[in-house]
Design a protein around this ligand. Sequence first.
Ligand code: COA
Length: 260
Amino acid sequence: MKYENILFEIKNHIAIVTINRPDKLNALNGKTIDELDDVLNSIKNNSDIFVAILTGSGEKAFVAGADISELNKLDVLSAKEFSEKGNRVFRSIEILDKPVIAAVNGFALGGGCELALACHIRIASDNAKFGQPEVNLGIIPGYGGTQRLSRLVNNALALEMILTGDLVSAEEALKIGLINKIYPSTELLKKTIELADKICSKGQQAVRFALKAVKASDNMSLTEGLAYEASLFALVCGTEDFQEGTKAFLEKRKPDFKHR
Ligand code: COA
């Protein structure tokens, strides 16, 4: 399917999804959210895709937020629908059984920061800037920012960002645990693809079980989480990849995982 505001390509088991409205700094309008929803469904249902990368078009922005020209028209009821829809789409990233990496190539503001927060791993360019500037518009984050930011960085830092709307540089974001790594902007996509390639080279059933187990820890007590881990550990030991991975180690060779 051809999209108006999104570029979607698949290469070597990696899906690259580029939000493509560079003249509006890739701001998320309703159409883009619908297209993202559709792309995420395609990724979920395509067994040839092992890892997805989300990025923005151009050199300036990952995503500069929800489209303010649409926000401006919301009333109470449509605002509830707007927020619920965005939350559903972003949640589908978080619960996808394939890793999603945000390659943050510039401004990640408001809905852009929230989009990055919904991804499993965040890699940023050295010119990236993160922020939840909604208070400047007289609103609060509506795509998960109030919930995910405080789960990722400490509560007081999340509140400082959300209450002041101040932007945080890539270095600061790295320091507070908001992102995993920083690269020069010219190398960002290449380095993110290298990371995705590395994940693709592992046993994919193990990758999916590991992702499931770690993400479950968001909603479980330690006791529940350990029980869940033991169940998934048992299941993964029933796979061919487990047989191959352990056998290859003992035979001092590289594992030949079946790619499926
Ligand atoms: N919604 C709609 N349009 C947006 C946008 C958004 N969130 N962010 C940027 N744009 C548009 C601008 O209106 C401008 O469009 P125009 O050329 O038709 O006037 C274009 O993108 C370029 O942005 P501009 O503001 O001229 O770039 P800048 O380099 O001066 O500033 C930002 C960059 C990111 C600091 C600034 O665009 C900004 O503050 N954006 C809004 C961020 C925000 O509040 N996001 C949260 C929304 S909930």
